[in-house]
Write a protein that binds this ligand. Structure first.
Ligand code: AMP
Length: 281
C-alpha cells in the first residue's frame, strides 16, 4: 500500500492508473476506521480495480464549539486496517495541502443542507461539500463510496456530483451496526458504559417509526410520536430531532405515501448520535 501525502502525487497516481484503464474506487473518511468504513472499502474493492482511502479530518466541517481537536486520530491503526483490506493508496494530506494559503472557494448545496444536521451545525455541509469536491477533483475516481449512516450527507453528495458533472458514480452503502442496533461511529468511543447501554434507543425509536408506517399509519406527526414514545423510556437520552421526511428532498412529510426516511439525532451527555432508516411502504 502506498501512503500519499500531496494532492499532486495523488493526482499523478490516478492519472497513471486511468491511462492503463484501471477503475478507481474512493472511500473518503476522517479516520478512526471501524467496521462501517471497512464495509465501504470492501464494497469499493468488489466493484473497482483499485481502492483509494482518503483520511482527512476536515476542519471546515466542524463548528467552533465542536470536537475537531478531540476527534480520534489513529493513523497507524488506520493504515494497518487499510493494508489488511488490500487498499492500494492511503491518501492522507495535511490541512495545508487541502487548504493552502489563499484558499477561498466554498461549495454549497443550500436546499439539502437547510434542515436537520445543516440547521444544527451551521457551515458543516459547506465544509463537507467543499472537501468532497476537492477529493473528487484530486483522485478522479470511477466511483466514490459513502455510508447511509450519514443520510443527509450522502443525499447532498449525490446531488453535488450530479449538479457539477463531477463524473464519479456515488454509491451509498447501508449502515453497519453493533449487535444491539447502535450504528457504528468513530464518536462511539466517547460513550461511557452507561451511555453506551442507552445509545441503542435511537435505533429502537426509528424502528418504532418504521413499524408504525408498516402498520398503515400515514400521518407524519403520528409516526413521530411513535418514535418519541420510545425515546421517553431512556432517561439518559434527549431528542435533538426525530423527523419523517421525503428521501430525496429531506423535507418533512405530512403524509407518508410510498417512501420515507426517518431521521434522528439524540444527545447522551455531551455526545450527539445520528441515525436513520429508509422505509418503503
Ligand atoms: P467519517 O469517517 O465519519 O467521515 O465516515 C466516512 C464514511 O464512512 C462516510 O461516508 C460515512 O457515512 C461512512 N460511515 C460511517 N459510519 C458508518 C456505518 N456505521 N456504516 C456505514 N458507513 C458508515
Amino acid at each position: 500500500m502506498d501512503t500519499i501525502r500531496t494532492a499532486k502525487a495523488m493526482a499523478d497516481w490516478s492519472a497513471a492508473h486511468q491511462r492503463e484503464g484501471i477503475t478507481i474506487g474512493l472511500v473518503p473518511t476522517m479516520g478512526a476506521l471501524h467496521a462501517g468504513h471497512r464495509a465501504l472499502i470492501r464494497a469499493a474493492r468488489l466493484s473497482c480495480d483499485a481502492v483509494v482511502v482518503s483520511l482527512f479530518v476536515n476542519p471546515t466541517q466542524f463548528g467552533p464549539k465542536e470536537d475537531f481537536s478531540r476527534y480520534p486520530r489513529q493513523l497507524k491503526a488506520d493504515a494497518a486496517l487499510c493494508k489488511k483490506e488490500c487498499v492500494d493508496v492511503l491518501f492522507a494530506p495535511s490541512t495545508d495541502e487541502i487548504y493552502p494559503d489563499g484558499f477561498q472557494t466554498t461549495v454549497t448545496v443550500p436546499g439539502l443542507a437547510r434542515r436537520w444536521e445543516g440547521e444544527r451545525r451551521p457551515g458543516h455541509f459547506a465544509g463537507v461539500a467543499t472537501v468532497v469536491t476537492k477529493l473528487l477533483a484530486i483522485v478522479r475516481p470511477t466511483a466514490a463510496f459513502f455510508g447511509q449512516k450519514d443520510f443527509q450527507q450522502s443525499a447532498l453528495v449525490t446531488r453535488l456530483v450530479a449538479d457539477l458533472n463531477l463524473g464519479a458514480r456515488v454509491i451509498v452503502y447501508p449502515t453497519v451496526r453493533e449487535a444491539d442496533g447502535l450504528a457504528l461511529s468513530s464518536r462511539n468511543v466517547y460513550l461511557t458504559k452507561d451511555q453506551r447501554a442507552a445509545a441503542p434507543v435511537l435505533f429502537q425509536a426509528l424502528k418504532a417509526g418504521r413499524t408504525a408506517i408498516r402498520d398503515g399509519i400515514k400521518a407524519g406527526t403520528k409516526i413521530q410520536q411513535a418514535m418519541r414514545d420510545v425515546m421517553k423510556q431512556e432517561r439518559l437520552a434527549t431528542i435533538d430531532y426525530l423527523a419523517v421526511c421525503d428521501p430525496e428532498t429531506l423535507e418533512p412529510l405530512k403524509q407518508v405515501r410510498d417512501r420515507a426516511v426517518l431521521l434522528g439525532a439524540i444527545r447522551i451527555g455531551k455526545i450527539r448520535l445520528i441515525d436513520n432508516l429508509l422505509v418503503k411502504v
